[in-house]
Design a protein around this ligand. Structure first.
Ligand SMILES: Cc1ncc(COP(=O)(O)O)c(C=O)c1O
Length: 1016
């Protein structure tokens, strides 16, 4: 090593420490100078061809001059000006040596997740590189080279090395597709290309939530002269490998490339066959190498991802040209523009589909936002399907194109194994609802392409596809679904159909897949990759593709495009309205906020019909949109809704139900509108009963948003800009035995935490406030989902009562069965509070708070003025509250919380064992916290933020909490099921694996500024 350290100093004048890097033939060193500047010193193998190194050096210099912003390393010539001096090694062998910049970042192979945004950036870098290299010339570029894709045909002569006949057959197919594009490839101009943008030659910068970027494209050793599209196809071959969404990943890469270096459609069409050919070259090459090196298992292992991809038949290759053209906003087929012109020019002249003018037919929306079909977005029952849209009447009405709908509810529409997996939801056709038996007339002439009876439940029933042509001969297709299958007996492929000819009838629900009678009328510019099996709805995240392949068919119905084109509410518009009309401290969750418009049990849907697993919201305790809550609310609103100044049996029924769940000494209920209001009232009651003013409460607690409630909420009054602590409030350390003063290894920690109350009581007495009471969330939630050690609360209560105070249990988060083992949190503690506060879940979304107390305390309060809350205890509220409590019992939700909570917590503990950043998993039932930590054990707030946002990308809503916001909060509705718990565990494992060995940059200590830290 010292030899090369010396060589670097003598030839470049740079003093640096060297570390050896991996390299098969050459000696590569990482060099770090005293000032932190990094280099890579490349010592080429003896006998290395100087021309090829010269090519790389010249190319790097050329790029630096043409496109200085591109992330390529800089070449440092030696002191004598020679960029590639010959230096003798320790064995006296002459070696070519060159020096490069060390670029920041980690290799793309290890950069997870491989997001579309990152891949798009990679495409841009590659496209810009292609442009920069356009004029570069070097004699090394044209050589015989097995990695030159234009020469890839060599594999056909070596396929015999692949012994598995199925695999060999697959490679033969790939080679055949390659042979089929040879002519087109040969016609493309050649230029210098990088030719090896594999995932070890790409560097990525940016940690966790930082915006990541491509910080390096290295190793130009495989450069050659070839059509630029080969460069893109090669990068694509690595981008798709083991990517969970390979088609979308490839589309993002191509879109990025096109943005930097405009492609022509005929080039884009070659990407897919070239990509597959590159993988074929790769597996054939490594199979040959394996034969030569039978003892090196790595050669075979390294082939696995390529084989996995080549053998993966879920990727639709036929659709790929359309997908990639659409990604570039290029015409989806060569005739696309002519077809659009033709359809536009003849709008109004096509034969009427039902023999009647539809321009005044009303639109009926079945969108996620407007419609509630079906009630359960995961199941469309027969009777609902047959009645879909009945609210729009018996006559003709039209269903929208581009409309996201929840009626496509069955698992077949899902794109993954979970209920919250992405699903196809956006309608790619126009529907015409009309009476069963109505005759369909061909809008224009054509011939039958396909005719079928697809009789599965919720399929098309009878379906006909017609083939048409523009006068220039460009083919396009129309599809008519939900027909009377009698058409199958009359029509056969190839039959001509004249414009205006009656060719089919609308089916009824027994014939058309089970739907209310209508035709699904869809247009397609190509059937490649779809043939007779067109998707009638698309993934909302793939609309670029589907708008291009299956455009709005309005012209063929003689309608304006706008009439039938659906626009979901624009989330950004709502966001702008919020910013304009609301205060800036009304915060929104997620870097990219979600807009939610429908819910069902523990799932939610956004305006595009994307499903989310709600693992965060505790208010919809018995589930979103519960039919019994809907029914009871509608029923009561149909009758009357008034206040507690009048008698109503619902008031006492609700009170009796609550009291049946509570210890006997709690006898009196107060109904208010929120948890805040109940806590505010609790303060008044405590003071009325004791005549004292002072309150003791644990640090980081939260009890509500009003002046009084904030005064007892350290989480708010101590927050930046908070009102600060009132002198009648004394804080005690929260009984957190993971991070607090007394830890789990201390058997007396409960008593020790409780003893901290003594000093607080003494201080209140010193200030002559006296002790009105103690208030605590039974299990501190905003404090970080903390379960105090058993015995803590009774010990505290004893001290408070001895000082004359009352004990208030805020059960807003913990009550009503969430804990599984217990209906209320204080039961876990064997504590008996004097006042219990309930909120959030008790109304399942209806604003409702309840305070329950003893007769004695209620009597003390009753000696004051009248108590009245206009809406608290309204007839409606009482009926809803009672219904929620009944549902918890009837559906066994407390028990479900116990079972699912155990499954979740056990699964989380297993994950915790595998990831160092999981410091603690704690919880009871469906009240769960996962504390994330940095390698030094400190609070992993950055990690937590990242995980929360990434879980949302996986369509799972969870929260973050704790004084340092590093605790994941998982708190779903009590309806959650085992498969949903498993989804959370699967996704969390995936996301945590992306966190890797992240460690936050040390916070700058300004005293050490002169040590040269980067952050000052
Ligand atoms: C423990 C606790 N108490 C009280 C409240 C206040 O309830 P509300 O927002 O219904 O007024 C909350 C709300 O988050 C809470 O978590």
């Amino acid at each position: 090593m010292t030899h090369w350290t010396d060589a670097l100093r003598q030839n470049w004048g740079i003093a640096a420490d060297l570390t050896r890097l991996d390299g098969e033939y050459d000696l590569n060193f990482m060099a770090e100078a005293a000032n932190g500047q990094g280099y890579v010193l490349k010592v080429m193998r003896p006998g290395c061809e100087a021309g090829l190194v010269d090519m790389q050096i010249k190319a790097l210099e050329y790029i630096a001059a043409e496109a200085p912003g591109l992330p390529f390393p800089k070449v440092y010539p030696a002191l004598d000006g020679d960029a590639l001096p010959m230096i003798t090694d320790e064995d006296g062998q002459p070696r070519l040596v060159w020096l490069l910049d060390r670029l920041p970042g980690r290799c793309y192979a290890k950069a997870a997740p491989k997001s579309q945004e990152l891949i798009l950036k990679l495409g841009r870098v590659l496209g810009a590189t292609g442009r920069a290299l356009e004029g570069f010339r070097h004699e090394g570029l044209s050589r015989e080279f097995k990695w030159d894709l234009t020469q890839a045909g060599w594999i056909s002569d070596r396929l015999d090395v692949v012994t598995d006949p199925v695999r060999r057959g697959l490679l033969e197919d790939v080679a055949e597709s390659f042979a089929a594009i040879r002519d087109r490839l040969d016609r493309l101009p050649k230029q210098a290309i990088h030719n090896d943008a594999n995932d070890y030659n790409i560097l990525v910068e940016g940690e966790l939530s930082d915006r990541r970027s491509i910080s390096g494209l290295i190793d130009l050793g495989d450069m050659c002269a070839a059509p630029r599209i080969c460069d893109l196809a090669i990068a694509g071959a690595y981008v798709v490998l083991d990517h969970p969404k390979p088609e979308q990943a490839l589309a993002a890469l191509v879109r990025g490339y096109h943005a930097a270096n405009r492609l022509r459609a005929e080039e884009v069409d070659l990407i897919w066959p070239l990509l597959r050919m590159r993988l074929a070259v790769s597996v054939v090459n490594s199979t040959l190498m394996a034969a030569e090196n039978p003892d090196d298992p790595y050669i075979t292992i390294s082939q696995a991802p390529a084989w996995r991809f080549l053998e993966n038949d879920t990727v639709n290759g036929g659709l790929m040209p359309a997908r990639l053209r659409a990604a570039c906003h290029l015409p989806v087929t060569d005739g696309a523009e002519r077809i659009h012109t033709y359809l536009n020019n003849h709008r109004g002249e096509f034969a009427a589909l039902f023999g009647t003018d539809l321009s005044d037919a009303p639109m009926g929306s079945l969108s996620v936002e407007n419609s509630t079909w079906p009630q359960d977005p995961f199941h469309m029952p027969l009777d609902e399907a047959a009645r879909v849209g009945e609210e729009f009447g018996e006559g003709y009405w039209l269903g929208y194109y581009n409309e996201p709908r929840l009626i496509y509810a069955e698992p077949g529409f899902r794109k993954g194994p979970w209920k919250a997996s992405d699903r196809r939801a956006v309608h790619l056709a126009v529907d015409v609802f009309a009476p069963a038996g109505s005759t369909l007339y061909a809008p224009l002439s054509g011939r039958v392409e396909a005719v079928e009876n697809r009789d599965a439940h919720l399929d098309y029933g009878g379906v006909v596809i017609l083939h048409h042509e523009t006068p220039e001969g460009d083919p396009f297709y129309t599809l008519y679904g939900h027909l009377d299958p009698e058409c199958c007996t009359r029509l056969k492929p190839g039959d001509p159909v004249a414009q205006g000819a009656a060719f089919a009838r609308l089916g009824d629900a027994t014939q058309n897949g089970g739907w209310a009678p209508h035709v699904h009328f869809q247009l397609a510019l190509t059937t490649m990759g779809m043939e007779a099996d067109w998707p009638g709805v698309g993934d909302p995240d793939e609309m670029d593709l589907w708008h291009a392949v299956c455009p709005n068919p309005a012209a063929l119905l003689n309608l304006a495009d706008d009439k039938v084109f659906y626009h979901p509410t624009d989330k950004m518009h709502v966001l702008a309205g919020r910013q304009a009309h609301f205060g800036a401290n009304l915060s929104l969750t997620y870097d990219d906020p979600v807009m939610l418009v429908r819910g069902w049990r523990h799932h939610l849907f956004d305006e595009w019909g994307r499903p989310y697993l709600d693992a965060y919201n505790n208010v919809p305790h018995v589930g979103h949109a519960h039919p019994r809550i809907q029914a009871v609310a509608a029923d009561q609103l149909t009758r009357m809704n008034s206040n507690t100044r009048y008698l109503h049996p619902a008031q006492t029924a609700f009170a009796e139900k609550i009291l049946s769940k509570l210890p006997d000494h709690l006898q009196v209920c107060f109904f208010v509108n929120s948890g805040t209001e109940a806590n505010e009232l609790a303060l008044r009651l405590a003071r009325a009963h004791t005549g004292a003013r002072g309150m003791v409460t644990p640090d980081h607690g939260y009890h509500g948003n009003t002046t009084g409630a904030i005064d007892i909420s350290a989480y708010k009054f101590n927050a930046p800009g908070g009102v600060g602590q009132s002198d009648w409030v004394e804080l005690v350390e929260v009984a957190d035995d993971y991070r607090g003063t007394f830890r789990r290894d201390d058997p007396n920690r409960a008593q020790k935490f409780a003893d901290l109350v003594d000093a607080a009581i003494a201080r209140l007495q010193d200030k002559s406030h006296g002790v009105a009471g103690f208030i605590a969330e039974t299990f501190p939630s905003v404090g970080g989902q903390i379960i105090p050690p058993k015995g803590y609360l009774p010990a505290v209560y004893e001290k408070i009562r001895a000082a004359g105070g009352v004990c208030i249990a805020d059960e807003v988060q913990t009550g009503l069965g969430r804990l599984g083992e217990h209906y209320f949190g204080f039961e876990h503690q064997d504590a008996l509070p004097d006042i219990v506060v309930l909120g959030k879940p008790i109304g399942n979304g209806h604003p409702l708070g309840v305070l329950v107390t003893t007769r004695a305390i209620a009597d003390s309060f009753a000696r004051g003025p009248e108590f009245f809350s206009t809406f608290g205890g309204s007839t409606l509220s009482c009926r809803i509250g009672k219904e929620v409590l009944d549902i918890i019992d009837d559906e066994g939700l407390q028990d479900n919380a116990r079972l699912m909570g155990t499954r979740l917590i056990e699964g989380l503990r297993q994950i915790g064992a595998d990831f160092a950043c999981v410091g603690d998993v704690r919880g009871m039932g469906l009240f769960v916290g996962v504390e994330l930590i940095n390698p030094d054990g400190s609070e992993g707030a950055e990690i937590c933020k990242y995980v929360k946002n990434r879980m949302r990308d996986h369509r799972i809503l969870i929260g973050s909490e704790g004084p340092k916001d590093n605790i994941l909060k998982i708190r779903p509705p009590l309806t959650i099921e085992a498969e949903d718990v498993d989804m959370i565990l699967w996704a969390l494992r995936d996301v945590l694996s992306e966190v890797g060995d992240y460690a936050p940059a040390p916070v700058c200590d300004h005293e050490h500024h002169h040590h040269g830290c980067g952050c000052c």
